[in-house]
Design a protein around this ligand. Structure first.
Ligand SMILES: Cc1cc2nc3c(=O)[nH]c(=O)nc-3n(C[C@H](O)[C@H](O)[C@H](O)COP(=O)(O)OP(=O)(O)OC[C@H]3O[C@@H](n4cnc5c(N)ncnc54)[C@H](O)[C@@H]3O)c2cc1C
Length: 391
């Protein structure tokens, strides 16, 4: 495999680097790090990307995508991470949009896609329910036909950023069949609809990103159903594969690795610098080797995606390895920063190490969830066993 960049790629890399340098300002960076205004900050940054035409690298060019090659996408992501800029919020741009432009009708494409591109609508994902996480086909939220509407009753849980959302895309039960997957439909629901309640769930990282969303006789126009009734599972499956490939987070892991190396160089005691400690070096190089292997797998999947294929079990491999590496890095970063990880809030910052300590602890705490969301890693191993080993 030839992994050197062409001269056009190198030129593109310079253009991307210059864009991040001028547009991802220190002020934006501080707001991202302090998480003080999650929605306002994300929308402001995403609008800048949209103005440049770079908001949707994974969309086909004819609906607003960049038309980049896999290598350009790789370069963009690597530069984004090197600049410390956040990825886009995935629920609209990376999750529901591919379902709409692949399976939606023209009216739905015209209504929803421009507002997703311009970050005017904030989306959340309503799949999981109290009794339906790994076993998603057990979902019970019901949508019953009443004239031109469905009437939706039930509850979704772990709904990330539902408190900010204008819309929620939901899997709902519209039929009872022997095969449970057959009675599921894919609905787009306006969060301002009467009968929706959002209840917050506070997590171990001391933040509020998760919610329960309750539906009590919520009326949803039939025209908001994507594709055919009772075929939502097929559309959702295509989306889940995309979700798993983007969870791999190779470029972010590379940035963390770099940050750990810099931190370790600056941590010294009577024996010298932490970076010279053989135990630390072993740990670091183990993770780096794993990350390099993941990077190549990611490139292979990107190449097959760009030639129109839907990722299969490779998506599960990426999800498992990607999240395990993220967690290993989060742990090592906590150990490297040592006592500074005890910084509990931004008000306690006295220097940059306090800020990094706070951020390290938060990432470590929230990062425990990475092996659960997007389909738990145990369940991904089942997917691989079935598809690759035929078990
Ligand atoms: C931070 C976070 C954000 C999330 N955001 C969203 C969101 O925005 N929208 C949304 O719809 N959902 C979201 N989820 C939900 C997520 O998709 C589910 O938590 C996940 O699918 C697991 O389901 P569960 O929590 O019900 O656990 P369960 O399915 O009850 O699993 C419990 C344990 O049993 C194991 N297990 C279950 N079945 C098997 C099996 N067959 N073989 C082996 N082991 C098994 C699991 O691996 C897990 O360890 C989020 C979750 C988290 C933690």
């Amino acid at each position: 495999m030839d992994n050197s960049f062409s001269s056009a790629d190198l030129e593109f890399q310079q253009e991307v680097r210059a864009f991040f340098e001028s547009e991802f300002t220190d002020e934006l960076r501080e707001r991202v790090q302090s998480s003080s205004d999650v929605k306002g900050t994300a929308v402001e940054w995403q609008k800048k990307l949209h103005a440049k035409g770079w908001i949707a690298p994974d969309w086909p060019a004819e609906v607003g995508g960049t038309g980049w090659t896999p290598v350009q996408k790789f370069i963009f992501d690597a530069e984004r991470c090197a600049a410390g800029a956040p990825d886009v919020v995935p629920f609209g741009l990376k999750m529901v949009a591919p379902v709409i432009f692949t399976f939606g009708n023209d009216e739905q494409k015209q209504k929803f896609l421009p507002k997703i591109l311009n970050s005017d609508d904030w989306w959340c994902q309503g799949y999981s329910e109290p009794g339906a996480g790994s076993d998603l086909a057990a979902l019970q939220t019901k949508a019953e036909l009443a004239g031109d509407d469905y009437v939706v009753n039930g509850a979704k849980i772990w709904t990330t950023y539902a408190q900010y959302a204008d819309w929620i895309f939901c899997l709902v039960r519209t039929g009872q069949f022997e095969k449970r997957q057959q009675g599921i439909s894919f609905l787009l629901i306006d969060m301002k609809s009467e009968g929706i309640t959002v209840n917050p769930i506070h997590t171990i990282d001391n933040h509020h990103s998760l919610n329960e969303v309750v539906f009590d006789n919520v009326r949803v126009p039939v025209s908001n159903r994507v594709g055919n009734e009772n075929q939502g599972w097929t559309y959702a499956k295509a989306l889940l594969a995309h979700e798993r490939t983007s969870i791999a987070g190779v470029a972010d892991s590379r940035r963390w690795l770099q940050e750990i190396i810099e931190l370790a160089k600056s941590q010294t005691n009577a024996q010298g610098s932490l970076i010279d400690d053989p135990t630390f070096q072993n740990r670091l190089s183990d993770i780096e080797i794993e990350l390099m292997a993941l990077e190549y797998m990611d490139l292979r999947v990107l190449a097959s995606l760009s030639s129109g294929e839907t990722p299969g079990p490779e998506a599960s491999l990426l999800k498992i390895k990607g999240t395990e590496i993220q967690q290993a890095l989060q742990e090592l970063r906590m150990q490297t920063i040592g006592a500074y990880a005890g910084t509990l809030k931004a008000a306690q910052y006295q220097n940059d190490l306090h800020a990094r300590g706070y951020e390290s602890r938060r990432a470590y705490m929230y990062g425990r969830a990475a092996t659960i969301y997007g389909g738990s890693n145990e369940v991904q191993r089942n997917v691989i066993a079935k598809a690759v080993l035929g078990l």
